[in-house]
Ligand binder design. Sequence first.
Ligand code: SF4
Length: 452
Amino acid sequence: MNSILVRKYNRAVPRYTSYPTVPYWTDEIDTAKWKQVFQNKFEEQNVTNGISLYLHLPFCESLCTYCGCNKKITTNHKVEDEYLQAIEKEWVIYRRLMNQTPVIRELHIGGGTPTFFSPVNLQRLLNFILKSSILHPRHEFSIEGHPNNTTRQHLKMLYSAGFRRISYGVQDNDPEVQRVINRIQPFENVKNATEMARTMGFTSVNFDLIYGLPLQTLESIERTINQTIQLKPDRIAFYSYAHVPWTSRAQRLFDESHLPSPEEKILLYLKGKELLIKNGYVDIGMDHFALTTDDLYQAWREGRLHRNFMGYTTSSTKFLLGLGVSSISDTGNAFAQNNKTLHEYYAAISENKLAVKKEFFLNEEDEAFRKYILDIICKSEVSFSSKHLPLLEQYSFPQLKELQKDGLVELNKQRLTVTPQGHNFLRIICSTFDLYLQRSAKDGKDIFSKAI
Ligand code: SF4
């Protein structure tokens, strides 16, 4: 990667797990409108494509200092029961809005640490939801597992419930890095958890790795990647560490002088990427690598990749219902996010109300520009509608022409194609279609304060 371009485009831009991004959503809630949109889209999608479910289980036994997730740290496992009661009740509230039996195409359990919950409790939650649903013939169930506490009993139960994908949070194998991020996780644990899943019959194992963590060096990242390659996970998400101590207070717990500089961070990424590609992984876009035997790679090749809050996915469902504290639902034309604190979440559910705290209803322009951004993330190319040309000319093309000069995109008035070099700058390319960001920039506002 060209270091001059890295410096030139070294800006804080969103990951575009949604468009418009969460900072633009409103906390003025119109419950009736959300219910109506939910019902309409559910009816439209359920029979044709099925729906996706995301279950957020927020508890963790100890705090990883780099973490930016919504989680609650506790070693008291009595919390499991109260939480399950709430999430089951939330399902019942949504279930009443569905005028037909939901067809579950995709189900993902994330956290927090989902394997904080006992296998018996996870089974209870799944039984509760699935007893009033239909399983899509090609359903895909996945879970985030912690290598330190995913047991054989967890995997056995999950496998028999239909789970075939597991994602382990590995982050970094170096003991010193693990010490400062407070995530002591010997490589043996990662190896055992991976082998257990494979032996049980899981067909896709994903590892999450992070570059840019304190004390990481080129040598340490090389060791982590080489150990990872020994275990051959089918997919690898290689994320950039986002240092935002003003929102993630735990990040204040380590010494900032231990963080790599922006230039060093890029070198860490390049070293990791080089090793992954040398060992048969393909860069399918935005921080994600896959073996050519994995479905994600096939979907990428065939232009079928989709992306939602759960990450890249191969399924065609466009309707995602998120249950649990802080979860996000996405109907395709609206987003709704639940309360972020357990206290508020429990309070709403106990009154038989939805726990929605933030919403956004997309207009035609939002939906079109969301599609442009998704096409760049998933296909590295996009075709423009002529009716958007005035907007594109005003907000997107001026910056895209600069990116074109730097060899990152090929552009004309009908379409844009990301070049191989541009693949490393996908977020920057997407940001040129972010009309909220671009309008703020034109108004002279600080466009990056809302970027993360
Ligand atoms: S990184 Fe994962 S395990 Fe660690 S505190 Fe955050 S959610 Fe919990």
